[in-house]
Design a protein around this ligand. Sequence first.
Ligand code: F6R
Length: 239
Amino acid sequence: MKKVVFDNYEQLSVAAAEFVAAEINKKPKFNLGLPTGGTPVGMYKNLSEMNKAGKVDFADVTTFNLDEYLGLERSHDQSYWYFMNKNLYSNVNLKPENINIPNGTADDMDAETKAYDKKIEDMGGLDLMVLGIGPNGHIGFNEPDSYLIAPTHTVTLTQSTIDANARFFDSADDVPKMAVTMGVGNIMKAKKILMLISGANKKAVAKALNEGIVTPENPATMLLMHPDVTVLIDKDADQ
Ligand code: F6R
């Protein structure tokens, strides 16, 4: 695991966008796994500007998002589709047919999750997976537990995740209790992983990544077993 420490969030965001752009520019047809949340907003802003400046081209990029809340329509302003559209899709030359997010309102979630995994496999797998990390160590919505699930699956969110995400909603009661997420297997199969860690509330989970112990109680530690992970972290989150 390679770690690069930045003085602040702005610098981290520029470096994250440059990392993603450089990977896209290396390969004509690129499969890109993407997160939502507060952390990647700066990266998306920089990627949008780089796209407008002709420094990165999304025409042949296919995106696969990590997760989505269950029960929120795309038009809901807290759905991850809405977030992605606002922060990236509407700002860059991604083709609408190349955008993938698990559908959290599908009638048959079992079929939805299987189809999502099949599409990733059929496309040749993820070239790069960009990740954030929950204050509890979750990646995607793979929550701390005594076991981890490999494929895309539905999940009941932990209270700590509901509390952490309440800042985006009117109240914690409005945060959906369930989500659909890529599993740890999907993430581990990505050829390359870029993890973004920012803010003092991530210090404890970031520290655990330095300790070399892999445990489902801190799902991000699974990444210690992946051969190509780069962590971009700001000083506030670094120990
Ligand atoms: C979101 C996701 C989550 C977030 C994590 C950190 O798609 O997969 O794992 O990356 O909850 O969120 P922020 O960046 O808001 O701290």
